[in-house]
Design a binder for this molecule. Structure first.
Ligand SMILES: Cc1cc2nc3c(=O)[nH]c(=O)nc-3n(C[C@H](O)[C@H](O)[C@H](O)COP(=O)(O)O)c2cc1C
Length: 217
């Protein structure tokens, strides 16, 4: 009798443990899915702003491409990531490249950099950061128009020495009492332009509509 009771409570305990771990596993999966869905939503929200769409979003479609491993380090991306090509009326118009600075004051600063295929920046947006409110957060488009100073810039405009904040001899403003944050963003935008210069032809080819391979009989 005693043995039977012990066996059945052991069984009940085991079942409860299995049930609990299944519950935890499925909750974890749900949370992870939500997190990646909200990350995707945050990126999507910025795509339009990065493109300078001239109020005609309907003209744009997007192709997503994996970023070649050799660019991940320069882009500050620790893991495999995708970039997007915006097609305007079916033609490649701009690359939208995720890029992360790890030299900010408060941690990673995640950017989205739009670059058209003549190698000029369409716009840059900050997707997330942990810089200090009232100091480093002027990089946000909601806080100041500083981030618009990248619009229409390219690797040769300004010349390479100009790709720095004014305190370092460049053309970009720093903020009062905060040079670390803007310096980090300027460097990362320049690094992203360099990756674009190296990858441009591949990205163009990979996003162009495929030629039909049908052969006349
Ligand atoms: C609490 C605290 C928070 C700060 N947050 C930032 C920040 O978010 N971004 C930034 O560039 N500097 C921030 N600073 C200021 C930097 O420490 C640094 O003094 C400033 O960027 C000027 O750097 P410089 O000495 O190279 O000119 C903060 C300073 C303190 C004390």
């Amino acid at each position: 009798m005693m043995t039977k009771t012990t066996t059945s409570s052991a069984l009940a305990l085991t079942l409860a443990a299995v049930f609990a771990s299944l519950l935890i596993a499925s909750l974890e999966m749900l949370t992870r899915e939500r997190a990646s869905a909200s990350k995707a939503a945050a990126e999507l929200r910025y795509l339009g702003q990065v493109l300078d769409m001239d109020n005609q979003p309907a003209a744009f479609t997007f192709v997503s491409l994996p970023i070649d491993n050799r660019y991940l380090e320069v882009l500050g991306l620790g893991e495999a990531a995708q970039m997007h090509i915006a097609l305007r009326n079916g033609e490649p118009y701009a690359a939208i490249v995720p890029s992360v600075s790890n030299t900010g004051y408060g941690g990673a600063i995640k950017l989205l950099v739009g670059i058209d295929f003549s190698a000029r920046i369409t716009a840059v947006r900050i997707v997330s950061h942990r810089e200090t409110k009232g100091l480093g957060d002027k990089i946000e488009s909601q806080q100041s128009d500083w981030i618009d100073s990248f619009k229409r810039r390219s690797l040769n405009n300004p010349k390479p020495s100009g790709w720095a904040i004014k305190a370092d001899g460049g053309i970009y403003d720093q903020f009062t009492g905060a040079t670390i944050t803007p310096r980090a963003v300027v460097r990362q935008v320049a690094a992203t332009l360099e990756v674009f210069a190296a990858a441009r032809l591949t990205w163009l080819a990979d996003s162009a509509p495929r030629e039909s391979l049908d052969v006349e009989p």
